[in-house]
Design a protein around this ligand. Structure first.
Ligand code: IPM
Ligand code: MN
Length: 358
């Protein structure tokens, strides 16, 4: 029997409760389909700061590197908000992405049909549904460029730098085209090439790479327009490929179209296919520990892990089908509640999905 070793980083806020439900579901899948999972737990974010003074202890990164995949909950909270940027919980998240080299962040925004009513967009905009993949570059750009508090013309000032190397753009572009081939063969590259030099370079480089993929349709869009197009005609998109910060913003927007950011999973892969899996949402300290969080984004992140890291397609679909079945029966968590829906707690949602694995 195959054994997969997973490092679990529950993190802060609702992180621990949503990862607990995802593990519950994964354990059920492993029982039904006959494989073993070993879990190793480690700290990241605020809890790691409290225990060690560091948002990403070296030991955590080492454990991650020695496992087959990583499952992360969420990091951050008010308690650590006044720390300097490089000591905040979020710095741990950036450090682990960079330390594992997971440059390709897949954020699929799909509407589960029973949740069409939870989308803030009208039926005539959504049509039959939504299926957009945001592919966000995750280990470069303005998140990782030099930043500083400084003095400019005798006044206090600050700067961040957005820099992309050619190879960084090429590898994410290639992945976008490869991914589109398995979907609807369309790539939209999002930038701000009417203003930023780095965006002009991004656009040029993506266009160059596209010559290797003549069968895939490519268009370019400015990020402000893309933000608008997502709410007026989201189905024009198949794969959106973009840099770190634009991808952060657009993936939140895309997720909300699906009804709740609590539904959006993500996979971050390096060049060998090793992956870090995490929900797109944050640590939601306001509802932490109250059994109110939506665990579906984390549960669906485990589905992505099975497919992307372990090549377990059937097993991955079993999770997606179980989630669909729960939603079809009208069960939701409170973030998705509309008239007539039956609201479950985090724990009960985990049970409901686990019990439908077949
Ligand atoms: C995300 C989050 C992070 C990011 C934060 C918490 C640093 O918003 O994963 O989208 O901006 O990447
Ligand atoms: Mn974000």
């Amino acid at each position: 029997m195959n054994t997969y070793k997973i490092t679990v980083l529950p993190g802060d806020g609702i992180g621990p409760e949503v990862t607990r439900q995802a593990i519950k579901v994964l354990n059920e899948v492993s029982k039904v389909y006959g494989f073993n999972v070993e879990y190793v737990y480690a700290d990241i974010g605020g809890i790691a700061i409290d225990k060690t003074g560091e948002p990403l202890p070296a030991e955590t990164l080492e454990l991650c590197r020695n496992s087959d995949a990583v499952l992360l909950g969420a990091v951050g909270g008010e308690k650590w908000d006044s720390l300097p940027l490089d000591k905040r919980p979020e710095a741990g998240l950036l450090a682990i992405r960079s330390g594992l080299g997971v440059f390709a962040n897949f954020r699929p925004a799909k509407i589960f049909p029973p949740l069409k009513n939870a989308s803030p967009l009208k039926d005539r905009v959504i049509g039959d549904g939504l299926d957009v993949l945001v592919l966000r570059e995750l280990t470069g750009g303005i998140y990782f460029g030099e930043r500083k508090r400084t003095v400019h013309m005798a006044e206090p000032a600050a700067y961040d730098t957005m820099i992309y190397k050619k190879s960084e753009i090429e590898r994410i572009a290639r992945l976008a085209f490869e991914t589109a081939r398995k979907r609807k063969n369309r790539v939209t590259s999002v930038d701000k090439a009417n203003v930023l030099e780095v965006s002009r370079f991004w656009r040029e480089t993506v266009t160059e790479v596209s010559k290797e993929y003549p069968d895939v349709e490519l268009n370019h869009m400015y990020v402000d327009n893309a933000a608008m197009q997502l709410v007026i005609n989201p189905n024009q998109f198949d794969v959106i490929v973009t840099g770190n910060m634009f991808g952060d913003i657009l993936s939140d927007e895309a997720s909300m179209i699906t009804g709740s950011i609590g539904m959006l999973p993500s996979a971050s892969l390096n060049s060998t296919g090793f992956g870090l899996y995490e929900p797109v949402h944050g640590s939601a300290p306001d509802i932490a520990g109250q059994n109110k969080a939506n665990p579906l984004a984390t549960i669906l992140s485990v589905a992505m892990m099975l497919k992307y890291s372990f090549n377990l397609e059937k097993e991955s679909e079993a999770i997606e089908n179980a989630v669909l079945s729960v939603l079809q029966d009208g069960f939701v968590t409170r973030d998705l509640a509309t008239d007539g829906s039956k609201v479950l707690g985090c724990e009960e949602m985990g049970d409901a999905v686990a019990s439908r694995i077949k």
